[in-house]
Ligand binder design. Structure first.
Ligand code: HH2
Length: 260
């Protein structure tokens, strides 16, 4: 899953793809590099980020989504707002990627009403505004799993079948480095929840905390983290650097298959 951030303030590429034409160009580059899904987002969820209105988010996301409907790549829209979800689905989005796991009032209903759209339910402790202030868990892996199990149950109860769901532990969303590392190391335990796992580790500060590298120099760490996530059971990895990630995953796939 290649990331297309149509925002002025995303943590690694804020402002780069805010003009529509640049976002579309970037999206087409990611497709050429081998992305299987694109994830378009119009609101940064970095720690301390400013929330934007639904209107502003729609102004950013919809023209890019509409410009990409002639490509046949599945498009995910990264949003927590029911109004943005509805417009995105009606414009042909294949997935809603919700860092708030459909907890916003009305979100479950919008997705339930549109029977073929997929949805990613992500775990976050707190909100982007306060999540890194003091993340705390008794047992991060158990608590994140419990949360996702409950969100799967809520989605099912609202009429969203499990074959439409993807789960994500939410690396960096209300977690310290040890929490993030435990989640990565034990990602395979999430397989027991019975729906595919998505992992987003690309360029995140947990990687910088390990190597000391700045955001724009975390390619190697990001590729390693994506590969580890896949080895531990992730079916989708959300990345900025598609080409390098695809190359690493090709080596893994060849090893598993015993051939190319
Ligand atoms: N991470 C970010 C945004 N959306 N969605 C899922 N499912 N999983 C993630 O880990 C995830 C996500 C943050 O990364 P990015 O989009 O690059 O930055 P920003 O939120 O600042 O736009």
């Amino acid at each position: 899953m290649g990331i297309v951030n149509v925002t002025p303030d995303s943590f690694s590429d804020g402002g780069l793809y805010l003009p529509k034409q640049r976002a579309v160009e970037h999206a087409k580059n990611l497709i050429a590099e081998g992305a299987d899904i694109l994830d378009i987002g119009g609101e940064s969820t970095r720690p301390g980020s400013r929330q934007v209105s639904a209107d502003e988010e729609l102004r950013r996301v919809m023209p890019v989504l509409q410009a990409l409907t002639d490509t046949d790549i599945p498009i995910s829209v990264d949003t927590s707002k029911p109004e943005v979800m509805r417009c995105a689905i009606e414009a042909g989005a294949f997935m809603i990627n919700d860092v708030n796991a459909l907890r916003s009032p009305g979100a479950l209903d919008v997705v339930a009403l549109h029977g073929d759209v997929q949805v990613c339910l992500m775990h976050m402790q707190g909100t982007p505004q306060n999540m890194q202030a003091n993340p705390s868990y008794r047992d991060a892996v158990a608590e994140v799993m419990d949360f996702l199990r409950q969100r799967i149950d809520e989605a099912n109860a609202a009429g969203i079948a499990s074959d439409r769901l993807v789960i994500d532990p939410g690396f960096g969303f209300g977690k310290t480095l040890p929490h993030n590392l435990a989640l990565l190391n034990r990602l395979d335990e999430f397989i027991t929840l019975g729906v595919p796992i998505l992992a987003g580790l690309s360029r995140k500060s947990m990687l910088g905390a390990i190597t000391g590298n700045d955001i724009d120099r975390r390619l190697h760490e990001s590729v390693a983290a994506a590969l580890l996530a896949v080895v531990k059971g992730a079916k989708i990895v959300r990345v900025h650097d598609v080409k390098a990630t695809k190359a690493a995953l090709a080596v893994y796939t060849a090893m598993i298959n015993g051939n190319v």
